[in-house]
Design a binder for this molecule. Sequence first.
Ligand SMILES: Cc1ncc(COP(=O)(O)O)c(C=O)c1O
Length: 420
Amino acid sequence: MTAPARPSAASRNGSPQDSATRSSAELIRAEAPVLAHNYHPLPVVVARAEGVWVEDVEGRRYLDMLAGYSALNFGHRHPALIEAAHRQLDQVTLTSRAFHHDRLAGFAEELAALTGLDMVLPMNTGAEAVESGIKVARKWAYDVKGVAPDQATIVVAADNFHGRTTTLVSFSTDPTARAGYGPYTPGFRVVPYNDLAALEAAVDETTAAVLIEPIQGEAGVVIPDDGYLTGVRELTRRAGCLFIADEIQSGLGRTGRTLAVEHESVVPDVLLLGKALGGGIVPVSAVVARREVLEVLHPGEHGSTFGGNPLAAAVGSAVIGLLSTGEFQRRAAELGEVLRTGLDGLVGKGVTGFRARGLWAGADVDPALGTGREISERLLREGVLVKDTHGSTIRLAPPLTITEDELSASIDALGRVLND
Ligand SMILES: Cc1ncc(COP(=O)(O)O)c(C=O)c1O
């Protein structure tokens, strides 16, 4: 694959000592005795990155078709985001919420305006945003809906992925994510995804909220039938419970709209955002909700030392600035057609099926040709970074800044590794 110009001298000067003295193989070997083995990364050691390209310790270049699981929607080190971060680093980086700071009001105003909701609860990681959304929904159920103490339930979907905390894995249906971490948090009911009848049967007067991903990312980019999100909206409104949309992976431009729920013109009561909100620079997440919901929180009832810190707020504001132009949503929609057409051409030629929306696809590869992991390793050798999920699905989620030529080249590379 042809690579454009190398990263600037400035970026190369910042390379850590390690990458000057230890090879990729040595660095990979050095991790094993000192790092927990909770990941199984592909054998590439990234030392520098710019835009859609990353470079390893030896200077080999790769097209990043994973984009940090959508944390890098604007590519690596987008100039506007890096500039915002640099500017803020020179002002103030952390105050805690014991004091006000001059970046927080603007960030919250902009995020509320972007999403069409009223109030923001800033947190850091995606899992924290989901945890916070669950706490807020339970409190709303007791304070506003009048559910009996400790009886609130939350209905979730099978094959969900909402993060790794003890409560979140309590309602995971993935045995690898869940086993060994009990006792589990009670109060969750799991129904099949994309099944309105099952949802209706599970919701009752104890239900605080229905929590779903508008598109299930980790499950393999599973897109519900048209009408499902509208159905969830109508059902939750009728039942008098909240609709919480976890858009931590699907949101902020990835699907060709700012939010995936916009594909059905649905507005949830509570929106969970993360990943791309931090511009690939710092962890930034948020619970964004209607006033009536977030108003249940009073001083001391929830918090985070780092949530909404000045650096996070400055980067978050810059991310919202990029999204406000509409350019990234438009690119995702237009290039999404190129991705779809490309994958369509591979069906029957190594790909058994795929699901795609915007610049986001899950392609199922013929298990006879190799596991998802093996295909990912072959693509790595072709200079393309992807990651498998659930055995034989390859997830494609490039930065929204990718060019049509780069996208086509990566699909061609997938075709080659499946057919050579
Ligand atoms: C839909 C969804 N929710 C929550 C999370 C958890 O985010 P984090 O890894 O930042 O805790 C993820 C991460 O992949 C996700 O895809």
